[in-house]
Design a protein around this ligand. Structure first.
Ligand code: CA
Length: 323
């Protein structure tokens, strides 16, 4: 009898722990620990891993030789020295496209903090100094190997969160970026809804194609910039990724946050909500990270957040989230 009671006790404790672990929101390192090191470099990813991210984000574009490159834009000139190394290789619009360079050429470039190519000044002046140390760009495969390698050496299971960038533009250029990304993901074991990955895209028809035509079983996140047909999105996606501003639309006369019904509607359709982006160095005047996260996690009950400062979001999720 005593044994049975003990067994039941442990079963209940086990189930309760499992439930609470499942319901904790996820901490997604936006472009790595990009608040501290140049975005989308392997050091920024390793730091994010060490600071306690649950997922590391990858933005993916193609190179001339069809390699999936981790970079936020289809252009190279906002985060590398391409304009000084290959001045004659710009297009008519004055921009340097990753698609016009081989991976070997891109690997010869120095990467640094995001800057305005017209003025050469940093977008976030308080972050890592420009052109210091030695940073390079890398492929999706190299980043997955870093994360899976760290998962092996630490015993953790940290996930990946790739975004397919501008699939329509890639198609105009004669490339099918989605098929290349899905092939690499599959080669590294990301195939089903149970695998530790979310795949994201802003392009509605591409994400639908990924689910319906390409028969992809992964968890899919529809990124959005404005309101959309939530019921329609729920027919193929696992969740949405809106701007924080689409959730907290402003402050009322008493200074209280004005909350839209977006998260409520998404949850009614069983969609997760992972908004972007926590930037503690770019908050509206008078707003603290703590106050913002308290509204998002404890009032609106979002399911995760993209964060440039994965240590700040981790601390909040660990110590302050009430679930
Ligand atoms: Ca992204």
């Amino acid at each position: 009898m005593k044994k049975l009671v003990m067994a039941l006790f442990f079963m209940i404790v086990g189930v309760t722990t499992m439930l609470s672990a499942q319901s904790l929101p996820v901490n997604i390192a936006h472009r790595g620990a990009s608040g501290y090191l140049p975005e989308h470099t392997l050091p920024a990813k390793a730091l994010a891993y060490g600071l306690g991210a649950d997922f590391l984000e990858q933005d993916v574009v193609l190179t001339k030789d069809d390699q999936p490159l981790i970079i936020h834009d289809i252009h190279l000139d906002t985060v590398t020295d391409v304009a000084t190394k290959f001045p004659e290789r710009k297009r008519e619009d004055g921009r340097y496209y990753a698609l016009d360079f081989t991976l070997a050429e891109i690997k010869s470039l120095k990467a640094c903090e995001r800057f305005d190519p017209a003025s050469g000044t940093a977008v976030f002046p308080g972050r890592f100094p420009m052109w210091k140390s030695d940073f390079r760009l890398h492929t999706l495969q190299e980043e997955i190997e870093l994360i899976q390698g760290l998962n092996k050496s630490t015993g953790k299971n940290i996930g990946i969160y790739p975004e397919i960038k501008d699939p329509a533009w890639h198609r105009e250029q004669g490339r099918d970026i989605t098929k290349i990304v899905l092939r690499v993901l599959s080669e590294y074991g990301y195939k089903t809804a149970d695998d530790n990955i979310y795949l994201q895209c802003f392009d509605f028809s591409e994400l639908k194609r990924i689910r319906n035509e390409l028969k992809c079983e992964l968890k899919l996140i529809q990124l959005i910039e404005e309101d959309c047909d939530i019921a329609e999105v729920a027919s193929y996606a696992t969740g949405i990724g809106p701007w924080i501003k689409q959730i907290i639309t402003g402050l009322d006369k008493q200074g209280k946050p004005v909350i839209s019904d977006l998260v409520e509607r998404a949850h009614q359709h069983k969609l997760m909500v992972h908004p972007y982006t926590l930037r503690i160095d770019a908050l509206p005047e008078g707003v603290t990270p703590d106050a913002l996260l308290d509204v998002l996690f404890n009032q609106v009950k979002i399911d995760g957040i993209f964060s440039d400062f994965p240590d700040v979001s981790r601390d909040f999720i660990k110590n302050r989230v009430k679930r």
